[in-house]
Design a protein around this ligand. Structure first.
Ligand SMILES: O=C(O)COP(=O)(O)O
Length: 232
């Protein structure tokens, strides 16, 4: 178990960790594929494709539809998906239980907090603002801000460099094996949440330092009193 006394900053994954984004992503993907003459994959299936950014999401959807796209087709489908997602992202995204109040409590620690997501950068800040949690984060790293996405450690190195932290000073909280692998490769301690999207796989298999069932469970491991009775 990692020693959390060294922690001087917190970083959070977005989709599946702070935000239930599957409704908006799947609605956009359903519209994209049906416009191209394919069946709608639906939310249950699309939620198993989330986690590696929009290009891979589109690639997985086209593979499911039986298409091996050339680069031009892939790009056009991605652009079509982005147009639909711009319309579905706000109504199709909600905070997971306890997220807002837990962030408010964590802010009392006066540690810098970052979001590190593979979601395309242009969607990230507006989404955090529309859910009214943007004020908690001094740093937002989206999928277009580094050449290599999670599970590569590059986005976490960017956080460490920007905040001036050593690797053991940043706790990374995520729901996917991409998050846990990125943290391990960077040398950062990690929390794996069980409620998100992880390709239908248990997050414990990725061996994060902590496995938590609720976002509010972060509070006691960081030495704050639990919100469990008030908020979930
Ligand atoms: O694949 C996505 O767009 C979601 O990415 P995230 O889980 O890193 O937030």
């Amino acid at each position: 178990m990692a020693n959390l006394e060294t922690i001087r900053g917190l970083a959070f994954d977005l989709d599946g960790t702070l935000i239930d984004s599957a409704p908006g992503l799947s609605r956009a993907m359903d519209l994209t594929l049906t416009e191209l003459g394919f069946p709608a994959p639906g939310q249950q299936r699309v939620s198993t494709w989330i986690g590696n950014g929009a290009d891979i999401l589109v690639e997985r959807a086209l593979a499911w539809a039986g298409v091996e796209p050339d680069p031009q087709q892939q790009l056009q489908t991605r652009q079509r998906f982005d147009r639909h997602y711009a319309d579905t992202v706000d109504a199709g995204s909600t905070l997971f239980p306890g997220v807002e109040r837990t962030l408010a409590q964590l802010a009392s620690l006066h540690l810098p907090m970052a979001v590190v997501t593979n979601k395309p950068t242009p969607f990230v800040a507006p989404l955090l603002a529309s859910l009214n949690i943007d004020r908690y984060f001094s740093l937002i790293i989206g999928g277009d801000d580094v050449v290599a996405k999670k599970p590569h450690p590059a986005p976490l190195y960017l956080v460490l460099g920007t905040l001036g932290l050593y690797v053991d000073q940043l706790l990374f909280v995520g729901d996917s094996r991409n998050d846990i692998m990125a943290a391990r490769s960077a040398g950062c301690p990690s929390v794996g949440l069980t409620y998100g999207y992880n390709y239908g796989e248990a997050i414990a298999l990725s061996e994060p330092d902590y496995v938590l069932d609720r976002f509010t469970d972060l509070l006691p491991i960081l030495g704050l009193s639990s919100l469990a009775n008030q908020d979930v």
